[in-house]
Design a binder for this molecule. Structure first.
Ligand code: HEM
Length: 140
């Protein structure tokens, strides 16, 4: 599941860039790409919720003794910052899909740009400190 979550990030980023290009260049293909993007984003949402609930650092495992959630940058990131920003991004992608269906290019572009920003901020890139950073690809 974690490996799938890791690799799907690249699929989403790629689809997001392609969809953004279609919206920006006012291409009818936008209807198609925005649908695939939404499917990928919703799949990611389901896997993410599973990780958050039942994953190795999931809520059901609890925080270790003596750790305060909001003061611990690791748990704050994986329990709050990452899920919250990603849920916002998936929401924006969903609204963008509605706008894309109506071929509202400008609104789609704006919504997708904000979604991209949220995702880029919330991905646990390998260079992130505090034990948050994760590999570029699964199993690396
Ligand atoms: C576009 C959406 C998302 C992207 C691009 C994304 C990306 C990632 C990446 C790259 C990792 C590191 C994977 C690894 O260690 O190999 C990760 C971990 C994680 N993600 Fe997401 N994520 C997304 C959505 C979500 C959502 C919506 C949730 C929760 C509601 C979530 C919860 C988690 C959790 C709990 C982990 C840590 C899992 C663990 O280490 O056991 N993610 N995410």
């Amino acid at each position: 599941m974690l490996h799938l979550h890791n690799i799907l990030r690249w699929v989403i980023l790629l689809l997001l860039l392609v969809t953004l290009y279609h919206a920006f260049a006012k291409k009818e293909l936008l209807k198609n790409s925005s649908l695939w993007l939404m499917i990928a984003a919703h799949t990611m949402l389901v896997i993410g919720i599973y990780q958050l609930v039942a994953g190795r650092f999931g809520i059901t495992k609890g925080v270790p003794e003596g750790v305060s959630l909001m003061k611990d940058s690791f748990y704050r990131f994986y329990w709050i910052e990452h899920p919250l920003l990603m849920i916002i991004a998936v929401g924006l992608i969903t609204v963008a899909r509605k706008k894309a269906k109506a071929l509202n290019f400008k609104a789609t572009t704006m919504l997708l740009l904000v979604a991209l920003l949220c995702i880029l901020i919330a991905i646990p890139w390998p260079f992130r400190t505090g034990g948050i950073g994760r590999p570029w690809f699964p199993g690396m």
